[in-house]
Design a binder for this molecule. Sequence first.
Ligand SMILES: Cc1cc2nc3c(=O)[nH]c(=O)nc-3n(C[C@H](O)[C@H](O)[C@H](O)COP(=O)(O)O)c2cc1C
Length: 219
Amino acid sequence: MTSLGLSVHDVLTTTRSVRKRLDLDRPVDQALIEECLEYAVQAPTGSNRQGWRFVVVTDDDKRAALGDLYRKGWERYTTLGVSASALADGQAPERAAQQMRVMESAAYLAENMHRVPAMLIPCIRGRVDRASMGAASMMASIVPSTWSFMLGARDRGLGTCWTTIHLMFEEEAAEILGIPYGDWSQVALITIGHTLGTDFRPAVREGGAAAVTSWNGWD
Ligand SMILES: Cc1cc2nc3c(=O)[nH]c(=O)nc-3n(C[C@H](O)[C@H](O)[C@H](O)COP(=O)(O)O)c2cc1C
């Protein structure tokens, strides 16, 4: 197993959304992705259903097709008025600067999506739009496993980014990959590649956990 030997603390605090520091020219070994997927399938699922499927995409034509969809979604996202300045508007200077950096980095990823060496599409059985009360349970039966994959990737020198933009065209992506759209929901497109350098820092979260936590009730 290839491992950077990071502590649990480091993995949990430094697994960032990697976009600009992704090595777009270095392929990712299938074995590394398989190791991370073994973590993914250790995650909890509602009723122990394990109704998950993971579609890994490395094929040039399919990456190009997904890259096109993603860019189309990105254009729509930004024409809806989501921009760096809109996200930064009214925020404290440090937070505004962080939002500007995120948008700039996300634009870079959109431009280069077709070059991302590998993509992971986690899928869950069922359609979220039909699940009503079960929606939370359904999502929670695929999100932890995908995050486990991302944590495992971090410890192997791989960078990932959770993305959802391509879901604006989920049905078209399903066609590209042969995913049975009527029965399976895609929940994300996780970009995967080796990172340029392996040092990543904890993110700044204003006020830390204390700012968003209350004990024994809501206050
Ligand atoms: C549900 C969800 C959807 C996201 N969608 C996108 C996306 O489509 N494109 C993208 O570049 N980043 C996306 N992100 C990444 C966020 O921008 C990122 O998590 C956030 O800026 C915080 O950065 P960090 O993960 O490095 O702490 C998404 C994250 C989540 C959890």
